[in-house]
Design a protein around this ligand. Structure first.
Ligand SMILES: *[C@@H]1O[C@H](CO)[C@@H](O)[C@H](O)[C@H]1NC(C)=O
Ligand SMILES: *[C@@H]1O[C@H](CO)[C@@H](O)[C@H](O)[C@H]1NC(C)=O
Ligand SMILES: *[C@@H]1O[C@H](CO)[C@@H](O)[C@H](O)[C@H]1NC(C)=O
Ligand SMILES: [Zn+2]
Length: 506
């Protein structure tokens, strides 16, 4: 950090994986203080010292933030709503308490920044979203912001915030869920420079446009003001987000933390099946063209395709193709979540059935191959049953890969945090023959990291939530898991610090 400069830093980047492994191994193998151990703190000491900040204060703040709602009865904070603005103000006081300089930007995102030792070095960004769905839980989004604030506060108390080799900036994004304007990632896309100006005209349920909502909240709400928010890629080093898993995998593995390797891409299809409407009592079975049966058969076929997805491997055949298919089992998830029939009466053979298909995978090619398989299977079924099918592609988003370098660092930090905390020590060591890996996950849900990936490299940690439940007041994270999460972010930042300072350990 002091000497060595940029070239030395680049050289160190190249051995990051090795370095990270050494750092963790060094302090795990031997608790005696060594120069390297500084980069990850002294095990069993600093973590206990920060228990009140990393665990108890975060849990209390999440409760407090969970009370900031537009509705008396349920948790609800939508883009620029009074509760969202109040939540932003609360976050600003906590960011200041952590030693950060704060501001609200032109799209209602709340920022807290520390310049560290070099104000012009590319910044480490940390964050998540402060908006919620309707009748939300208190962890989705808020957890990533509040744990990041706690980790920075601990860094400040340890006197490491000022020496940090690059600026640290926490961003609480104003809109991720897209509830009010039906458009997701408004906040993060403005920072990434991909906000589409036409969206300023989007209307909410009361006919208020995004532009008007911004102006009502004392922002300019113009195309120019929003375009000016774009961060220069060269001013940013990377973006890291901690989020609840919103699924059951970590719970099944008995561990609080996992590293996200990719955010799944998604295709949404709408299928219309037309047959001949008729009387449920008078048309013989053999003379029907019933779209409901074609839909039902299609839905079962979809499950079958996605349970045994196919990966096209050019030039491979037989056993290789088979092995590849097996390797990719579980790599695709497909859901039929919406179905309607017309006219929808118990004594009428439907004339038309409409259903949706949601297909997600971390691999865009796999997704496309299997979407085509699904389409052709549906057409085949419809043809056989003498009904007409129309399949429309409603939405398509490519997968986002997390940066391997950041994922390696987050893995080391997550393993270190779990090793350090008594409740998880036993469970993490059970995985040790697997090479000290935290579980690796694919995010099936979209996150701000997806929008931020168009600006900079991204990394994500997932935190276990009870039963995998989210978007519900039943959403829950154990206090000790919260501790593991904030501690992992702290260890990650100390790892970044170690990257640059390990040449001249203090
Ligand atoms: C949340 O609000 C309820 C009801 O107003 C109150 O009893 C409770 O103390 C509040 N909790 C926090 C942490 O602010
Ligand atoms: C600060 O960072 C900038 C940008 O990376 C770099 O050019 C400069 O040399 C750094 N300054 C110091 C004192 O390290
Ligand atoms: C450890 O793993 C077991 C088995 O998966 C699980 O039941 C338990 O809750 C885990 N303990 C902690 C503290 O996570
Ligand atoms: Zn979220």
């Amino acid at each position: 950090m002091k000497k060595g400069g940029f070239a030395g830093y680049v050289a160190l980047i190249l051995v990051t994986t090795l370095l990270q492994t050494c750092l963790v191994t060094a302090f795990l193998a031997d608790a005696a203080p060594q120069p390297f151990a500084t980069a990850y703190g002294f095990p069993g000491f600093s973590s206990m010292r920060h228990r009140s900040i990393l665990r108890d204060e975060v849990a209390a703040r999440l409760k407090e933030l969970g009370n900031v709602s537009d509705s008396k009865h349920v948790l609800e904070r939508t883009f620029l709503s009074p509760a969202a603005v109040a939540a932003g103000r609360l976050l600003i006081t906590w960011m200041k308490d952590a030693g950060l300089r704060t501001w609200e930007d032109k799209l209602g995102n709340v920022h807290g920044r520390s310049d560290g030792a070099n104000a012009t070095a590319p910044a480490l960004l940390l964050g998540s979203h402060l908006d919620t769905v309707i009748d939300a839980g208190r962890y989705d989004g808020a957890l990533g912001i509040v744990t990041a604030i706690a980790a920075v506060k601990a860094l400040k108390i340890e006197g490491k915030l000022q020496q940090f080799p690059r600026p640290i900036e926490i961003i609480a994004f104003s809109d991720e869920e897209g509830i009010r304007f039906q458009t997701t990632f408004l906040g993060s896309s403005a920072v990434a420079g991909t906000f589409q100006p036409k969206h300023l005209k989007n209307l909410d349920a009361r006919g208020i446009s995004i532009g008007a909502a911004l102006r009502a909240a004392s922002h300019e709400g113009t195309v120019e003001s929003v375009s000016s928010m774009k961060y220069e890629p060269s001013s940013v080093w990377g973006y890291v987000e901690l989020h609840i898993e919103q699924g059951p995998v970590l719970e099944a593995q008995g561990l609080p933390l996992g590293v996200v390797e990719a955010i799944a891409g998604q295709t949404r299809l709408a299928v219309k099946v037309r047959g001949s409407q008729g009387h449920a009592g008078t048309v013989p079975m053999s003379m029907r063209r019933d779209p409901m049966i074609a839909a039902a058969q299609s839905i079962v076929a979809i499950e079958n395709i996605c349970t045994h997805p196919e990966k096209a491997v050019a030039g491979s055949r037989g056993a290789t193709a088979m092995a590849t298919a097996v390797n990719h089992a579980g790599a695709i998830v497909c859901t039929v979540g919406e179905i309607h029939s017309w006219p929808g009466a118990s004594n009428v053979i439907p004339g038309e059935v409409m259903f949706t298909i949601d297909v997600r995978s971390k691999d865009d090619t796999d997704r496309e191959i299997n979407v085509v398989r699904i389409e052709s299977e549906i057409y085949k079924i419809c043809k056989k049953r003498g009904v007409a099918c129309i399949i429309e592609r409603k939405h398509e988003a490519d997968a986002v890969a997390c940066a391997p370098k950041l994922s390696d660092m987050l893995n080391s930090a997550a393993v270190a945090a779990m090793k350090e905390l008594p409740p998880f020590r036993n469970n993490i060591s059970a995985l040790e023959d697997g090479g000290m890996m935290a579980p690796t996950l694919v995010s099936g849900a979209g996150h701000d990291a997806m929008a931020m990936s168009l600006l900079t490299q991204v990394g994500m940690l997932f935190l276990r939530c009870t039963g995998g439940v989210s978007h519900s007041p039943a959403e829950h994270v154990q206090d000790d898991d919260i501790w593991a999460g904030s501690l992992a972010l702290l260890r990650f930042m100390e790892g970044v610090l170690g990257d640059l300072s390990s040449r001249s350990p203090y």
